[in-house]
Ligand binder design. Structure first.
Ligand code: ATP
Length: 218
């Protein structure tokens, strides 16, 4: 199989709620790697963590609010529609089937990449997509072990690789370090603090309108 289309980015997460850290990462990698689009995919039910506070429908709606004025980003509802525990590999198989000639780039924060070996069928992920690790200086990649070996074996230095091949490369890219977390935003709202400027106003307005986080214990 060879590529005939520009690569697309895929940013999966819980997005409980989506915030500027996620959005800057998506937009900066979109520009740096010349991607056709970044699909932001909220999971229906995360598999490695406790259940989210907001419902799947609310988390999708918040992603939609966040990207509605940014054509580079697309709110992809495939995992929410599947209504089952969300495994990245299932979405990648589905997207590969829909877009057989489009390179797929999984965008992951380095914190998420450090636990990559615990992901469901992680060895198959690089057969379907490249992995773009958004590097932040406060996190270090391990110098030994499975992750270190994988990086050694698959690391690419030229971003043209991701447009010329459908899958299989690992790229490390720096992004603006924004120490924002959804956990912190949920806590701030629960304490009655104002989280403005950590997330888009449209998302905060949705949260207020639906009484999310302030009425539900974290
Ligand atoms: P929580 O605080 O609830 O764990 P989170 O803010 O870490 O949530 P997730 O939905 O778990 O957000 O993250 C989805 C993806 O976004 C992961 O790849 C994660 O590494 C990345 N990410 C999360 N926060 C940031 C940030 N501040 N800057 C860059 N990437 C981030």
């Amino acid at each position: 199989m060879s590529q005939t289309h520009k690569a697309i980015g895929i940013l999966g997460g819980t997005f409980d709620p989506i915030h500027m850290g996620h959005l800057r990462m998506a937009l900066e990698l979109y520009e740096a790697l010349d991607l056709a689009k970044v699909h932001i995919i909220p999971c229906y039910q995360p598999v490695h963590r406790k259940l989210p506070t907001a419902t799947p429908k609310q988390r999708l709606a918040m992603v939609q609010c966040a990207v509605e004025t940014e054509p580079a980003l697309y709110a992809d509802d495939r995992e929410i529609k599947r209504r089952a525990p969300s495994f990245t590999i299932d979405s990648l198989f589905e997207m590969r089937h829909e877009m057989p000639n489009t390179p797929l780039c999984l965008l992951v924060g380095i914190d998420a990449f450090l636990s990559f070996t615990s992901w469901h069928r992680f060895t198959e992920i690089l057969n379907q997509a490249h992995i773009i690790v958004a590097h932040r200086p406060q996190y270090q990649l391990p110098s030994a072990g499975i992750i270190a070996d994988l990086v050694k074996e698959r690391l690419q230095h030229e971003f043209s690789f991701i447009h010329e091949n459908l899958a299989g490369g690992i790229l490390l890219r720096p992004i603006t370090s924004l120490e924002i977390s959804a956990t912190d935003i949920r806590k701030q709202i629960a304490m009655g603090k104002n989280p403005r400027y950590l997330l888009p106003d449209s998302v905060y307005n949705y949260i207020k309108e639906h009484g999310i986080y302030s009425i539900t214990p974290i």
